[in-house]
Ligand binder design. Structure first.
Ligand code: PGA
Length: 263
């Protein structure tokens, strides 16, 4: 588990211009004393990563990608005449590192909705970690019913993504139920349900990675996190922080969330 609480901004496509991105980064940097003791990470769209990383240089705020390619970008294999860099439009973990990213989001539901499979998510996670990036694995069910089938759904997403990984050091999990994404503060999960699912995720991680490794994996919550619901969600002891979408696109509300996460 992290010593500090962590709040990750997933800008999605909310911030598109260089100007806006730099303005945000400068405000965050200037305001960082207000959220001392809380870690802030930003995930801008790919083209904005270098400029945001530059604006945050030598600060404690990390910058990362919203996704990474599932494909392997291995060097040209002359013996077999294979060129495994033929991946038009894909962004590898090495490319992300090269432009200053330190982490990436993997398997976000908005990408899964476009057809990303559990197997691709597994490949993305392996690529991110082997490139030296911290990886935030997103999991979460579309809906819940009284049968509790969402537990099996989330367990399958976790287990399949972790297949073949040995003691990953830079793994984080973000639980983001789809029914709570992109709504309002009152639509987020209740603290009781959050507690239950976090215990379940921790147990699933322990089965896949061993108890010791599992205990080190920070678990974040995402889905309509706003300043209004942070105090009640953060009171859940198993939670290490948040992955924030719409409320992270405004510097003032993001800073407010960071402030509310101080211990
Ligand atoms: P939201 O998005 O905060 O707008 O619900 C969270 C996410 O999708 O990561």
């Amino acid at each position: 588990m992290l010593k500090k609480r962590l709040v990750v901004a997933n800008w999605k496509g909310y911030i598109e211009s260089t100007e806006e991105a730099v303005k945000f980064a400068v405000m965050l940097r200037r305001g960082s004393r207000m959220f001392a003791g809380v870690e802030a990470w930003l995930a801008p769209p790919f083209p904005l990563i270098p400029i945001v990383a530059d604006a945050l240089k030598s600060s404690a705020i990390k910058v990362g990608g919203q996704a990474v390619s599932p494909f392997n970008f291995t060097p040209f294999d002359s013996a077999h005449g294979k060129q495994s860099k033929q991946h038009t439009g894909e962004v590898s973990g090495a490319m992300l590192k090269n432009i200053g990213a330190q982490f990436c989001i993997v398997g976000h539901s908005e990408r899964r909705a476009h057809g990303e499979t559990n197997e691709e998510v597994r490949m993305e996670l392996a690529n991110a970690l082997s490139s030296g990036l911290a990886a935030i694995l997103c999991v979460g069910e579309k809906e819940r019913d009284l049968s509790g089938s969402h537990f099996a759904f989330v367990a399958e997403q976790i287990t399949s993504a972790l297949a073949g990984l040995v003691k990953p050091k830079q793994l984080l999990v973000a639980y983001e139920p789809l029914w709570a994404i992109g709504k309002n503060a009152e639509d987020a999960i209740t603290p009781q349900d959050l507690e239950e699912v976090i215990i379940f995720i921790r147990k699933t991680l322990a089965e896949a990675l061993g108890r010791k490794t599992a205990l080190r994996v920070p678990i974040l919550y995402g889905g309509s996190v706003e300043p209004a619901n942070v105090p009640r969600l953060i009171s859940e002891r198993g939670i290490s922080g948040f992955l924030v979408g719409h409320a992270s696109a405004d510097a003032e509300s993001f800073i407010e969330i960071l402030k509310l996460c101080r211990k």
